[in-house]
Write a protein that binds this ligand. Sequence first.
Ligand code: GLC
Length: 421
Amino acid sequence: MSLQNDISLDARKILLINDKGNYTIPTNGLYPFQWNWDSAFAAYGFAQFDIPRAWKELETLFSAQWINGMVPHIIYHQVDDSYFPGPNIWKGIGPIPSSGITQPPVVASLMKKIWELDTDYGNDQIRLLFPKVLKWHRWFMQWRFQEGLVFINHPWEAGRDNAPDWDSALAAINPTGVAPYKRRDTEHVNPVMRPTKSDYDRYIWLVQQGRECKWNADWLRKNSSFKVADPAMHFILLRANRDLRLIGINLEEDISEIDSWIASLEKGASKLWNTSISSYDSFDLLNFNFAGSISSASFMCWYAGLYDKRMLTHYDRIMKKVKYGMPSYDPESKRFDRKRYWRGPSWAIMNMLIGFGLEEVGELKRASLLKAQTNRAISENGFAEYFDPIDGSPAGGNTFTWTAAVWLGWAKTMGGANGFN
Ligand code: GLC
């Protein structure tokens, strides 16, 4: 059997090891509960060999949906104190103990792909999920959308926890009154690969702020101390709406509301363009400044269906500097840190989304280079949480669900122009 087939068997094993029956954990120890976008990727991974299990994953995720439509970023199906912050710190207000924020809405797009793999089986499932996903997207448009931009109320909401994009917005927060706490992440992973204490104090301070208002979405929209428009969130939601629209048409649902969201998000996208760095960038809605960040989020425009050729120059420049996929941050920036989480490492999920976008706009050579580099990172170094983009060394947690899912759903077949640089 070829090496690639062996890796595919290992990838399935990772999903099964992390499978808790109705949901999948990202990895044992470091992340022992259900995470929102991790679960969507897990479902896509399962769909490559077990379609019913894929739908079960999404169903479980939506069983935690709040009355206001939000789908939380962490769901604590079983409560234990192995993780910080746990449900008693968050005090989420949904039907299942949870955090109080959400994560990038990749569900609609991955759900559509899963459905396309077996439309007969998926028909009932997608019909059940459609109104729930619609309600979640409506929540975004109502509570996380302002001046044409999708914003986050917490760095963890972006899923790119310690990206340099949030540095100046976080620095403007004075985290006095943070109750003493003990981190658990640094018990599992070398601290140089994790966020700093200064960041962590502010993360927890923001959690306290949300908890104190009982996660009142209206209050947070007006008063949160952290409101940053994130290109990845914006582009992922735009893409998710396009896919939800197509699903809606198929189900003969009214899609006029989705059409209006798509129009607003398309219009707003141009405001994320920072002319001083010629790139899509994060924008701080409280302090009215751009972050000055060229990051993996900036390249999500193609995935959103915007064939913006201006980003190709940065893409080629950055890809010349790396061998293991798109780094989470521009390697030519002073803030680039090749080992530290979202400040430099390459993440398989981001590579896949950017790769989907490149394939769809017809940039096939560029897409296959990204796929080949992701394939190489995993083939050489296993199912790490993330990789050093320059030498490929594995970083963060291991036996990671979403890295295995990306292998099965995308990176295992190199196809096309198959070019390493
Ligand atoms: C980290 C990542 C986030 C992910 C979670 C679980 O917090 O930044 O994107 O969802 O881990 O894997």
